[in-house]
Design a protein around this ligand. Structure first.
Ligand code: SF4
Ligand code: NI
Ligand code: CU1
Length: 708
């Protein structure tokens, strides 16, 4: 019965797809190019399952024949599940047709196709558990309010929610805000748009998992074991939805539904839950997702889903703006006797004493004490404040140190949120995340302008200066150990980052100090000490100790890496790198592209295309993922001549790194304003124009030895 319905649904979708493809060929011709925007994987699902990149309508027609071959009809459960996969592939074909001629068929609030960059960005929050799962909600909830409540329940747990069909209108009906920044992503109103979240799961396997396209077995194993997704499908469930659901089940994603008619439960895979309010718990249990809870005593929600939320000027109750007045945030270690645990003090007026929409000073000092606390951890904790405060519903935080800006929304203020609640959040998070070293923690919040001015200059700035001096002296040579990081192995099973003072993790989120703190906090955790006693080649950054560690932590997948070369045994990439650099043979240089850059590079490849050549924990000489901060490092490609090799970067990235990069170039090579010699997209996106520009500027790479 169930199986027959899946076959029917699959046949129906196949018929529709065939018709749509034929029509498109009649209209545009078989040579017409087709693609989704901002992906290097063509039709990602079809490519991952078969290993074939489909680029034209004619090829799509051929691919349809392959899909047909998956649609076996021996009435076995396995046939039904494969028909589910075939249905998903058909949905991808129907969807790609919508993008013909570069059209973007999706209008606000719907997103449709999601870019490769978004998937890379999701890497770290998924491994750290900040995003513990991915929910796919499909159809209309019994009432709009129940639907929104379900979404909110996931949002409060940090789960990324994607929406398909009627639930999208239901959100609009009750005025519920959606958007990628809120981790609630409406995909599209047609059922076929569900493929856009399937495509995310599948590209995760290609990007992070080093799954070979065409190896359907490895693909399905990856999605079932490593992508914590599940489906909530509201009734009515017709044959087509059922067939799509079979596809989800084959990928390892359980389907939870309130449908009871003509449907049977399949334990662990297709589960009935009639009560919308209970769907959350049923889903998490079915997918085995555990939620870390930090109990925080504040009147609004606290969840990573609110991290990207924006508070607009008109919605703002009060603002603190370090670019205009004196503001700061600071962690200070103290003696145990100086700290009273959980003491939160407000010195100065509270939020209700400020006029609506006004701008003020704020300064807060989080004082921590503990037997194993080290001053080196202060910046590690402090850097987390941005995320902690942003995760409060209706609060926006940007910047760090004494250049912070905080906005409190009217809604959050009206819910009763006051200054001391900032302290509650900082206290709870610090105690929770750093309990291994923080025995006691207290928070002082200053809102008097005079206090803020005085403390900023007398307490905060000297502390920042002292830390910067410490960072200056932290070089690869000055320390005795490096650290491994294997946090990304949750997705990229053989990837290991080696983190040194002058080379942070490629995600940009793990510096040597971070890794050191992580190791101290969790000695058996993802960051392990790597000694550096047995040098093989100093200029390559090759060490026997490092090789042994990499071999050990990659479970034998890798036996050597160098720290400073992109040609010889370069460090591997998981896939969540902030930047990728690749050699540009005409200039003897390298270009660097950042994840945010969506344009073309002089290598004739976009960021997603470059990025697709490295990842999954394998070495690709000539291409390397890295953090933004690494660009100005004296160790950047040191083996190949260092930063003098950089010939091109997107303008925005160049501006971001200019100050530090120019300082390094001046110190190492005596070059003034080095970034003026580096091309960007406003100067050249092809090698000829680039080389002409570099020649005019006398760029040093031109006279260096070729790298290949
Ligand atoms: Fe992943 Fe490397 Fe960043 Fe660790 S340092 S989180 S392994 S990218
Ligand atoms: Ni926020
Ligand atoms: Cu990663």
């Amino acid at each position: 019965m169930l199986i027959n319905r899946i076959f029917n649904g699959n046949d129906a979708v196949y018929g529709l797809t065939e018709g749509a493809v034929d029509n498109a060929i009649a209209q545009y011709g078989a040579d017409k190019a087709i693609s989704f925007p901002n992906t290097a994987y063509c039709l990602p699902c079809y490519y991952a399952v078969t290993g074939v990149k489909v680029k034209t309508l004619g090829e799509l027609k051929e691919a349809l024949g392959v899909v047909k071959s998956l649609m076996t009809r021996n009435h076995e459960l396995d046939d039904a599940l494969m028909s589910g996969v075939a249905t998903a592939l058909c949905a991808e074909f129907i969807e790609v047709l919508k993008f013909i001629d570069g059209a973007n068929p999706y209008e606000e609030p719907c997103y449709g196709h999601l870019s490769d960059a978004i998937i890379r960005e999701l890497g770290v929050p998924l491994v750290t558990g900040d995003i513990p799962g991915v929910a796919v909600i499909l159809g209309s909830a019994p009432t709009a309010q129940e639907g929104v409540n379900l979404i909110k329940s996931y949002q409060a747990q940090g789960i990324l929610v994607t929406l398909v069909g009627g639930i999208i209108d239901q959100c609009e009906e009750v005025g519920f805000k959606t958007g990628y920044g809120l981790r609630v992503v409406p995909l599209g109103k047609d059922v076929t748009s569900v493929i856009h979240v399937v495509s995310v799961a599948i590209r995760a396997a290609l990007i992070f998992g080093n799954v070979t396209p065409g190896d359907a077995g490895a693909l399905l194993a990856y999605t079932s074991q490593r992508v914590p997704a599940f489906v909530n499908a509201f009734k009515p469930i017709d044959d087509v939805i059922l067939a799509a659901g079979a596809g989800a089940i084959k990928l390892g994603f359980p389907v939870i539904s309130n449908e009871t008619e003509n449907i049977a439960e399949v334990p662990g895979a297709l589960i009935q839950q009639l009560d919308t309010a209970a769907m959350n718990a049923t889903s998490l249990e079915a997918r085995g997702i555990k939620i870390k809870v930090t109990k925080i005593d504040i009147p609004v929600a606290f969840a990573s889903a609110f991290e990207g939320e924006i508070v607009r000027r008109g919605d703002m109750q009060v603002e603190f703006d370090g670019s205009r007045v004196d503001c700061f945030e600071l962690v200070k270690s103290r003696d145990l006797s100086e700290v009273e645990d959980h003491k939160i003090e407000l010195i100065g007026p509270d939020f209700d004493e400020f006029e609506v929409g006004s701008k003020h000073s704020i300064g807060y000092v989080v004082e921590v004490a503990g037997k194993s606390m080290q001053p080196d951890f202060e910046p590690v904790f402090e850097r987390k404040f941005h995320s902690y405060i942003n995760c409060i519903e209706g609060i926006m935080h940007t910047g760090q140190r004494d250049m912070i800006r905080i906005r409190v929304s009217k809604e959050t203020f009206n819910a009763g949120f006051r200054a001391k609640h900032l302290g509650e959040v900082l206290y709870a998070k610090i105690k929770n995340e750093f309990e291994a070293v923080v025995d006691k923690c207290q928070v002082k919040i200053y809102t008097n302008p005079e206090d803020c001015t005085k403390l900023r200059h007398e307490l905060a700035i000297p502390a920042f200066d002292q830390r910067d001096e410490r960072l200056e002296t932290l070089t690869d040579e000055s320390v005795d150990v490096y650290y491994s990081c294997i946090m990304c192995q949750a997705f990229s099973p053989s990837h290991v980052c080696v983190v040194t003072p002058e080379r942070l993790g490629l995600c940009g989120a793990v510096s040597w100090l971070d890794a050191k703190a992580t190791n101290e906090l969790d000695p058996a955790g993802p960051c392990q000490v790597i000694t550096k006693e047995r040098v093989i080649d100093e200029s390559l950054g090759a060490y026997e100790d490092v090789n042994e560690a990499v071999e050990n932590f990659s479970h034998g997948a890798l036996n050597k890496v160098t720290l400073y070369s992109i040609m010889q045994d370069p460090m591997t990439s998981c896939g969540c790198f902030e930047c990728i650099c690749g050699i540009e043979p005409f200039s003897n240089g390298v270009i660097i592209a950042n994840r945010e850059y969506s344009g073309m590079t002089p290598l004739g490849m976009t960021f997603p295309e470059l990025a697709s050549m490295t990842g999954g924990g394998v070495q690709t000489p000539g291409f390397m993922g890295h953090g933004k901060h690494f660009i100005a490092s004296k160790k950047f490609m040191k083996a190949e001549g260092g930063i003098e090799r950089i010939v091109w970067m997107p303008k925005e990235l160049k501006d971001t790194v200019a100050e530090r990069l120019n300082a390094t170039a001046k110190e190492l090579y005596g070059i003034e304003n080095f970034t003026d010699m580096i091309g960007d997209e406003t100067i050249a996106t092809d090698p000829e124009t680039l080389v002409t520009f570099l020649t005019e500027k006398g760029h040093p790479a031109l006279s260096m030895e070729p790298m290949m």
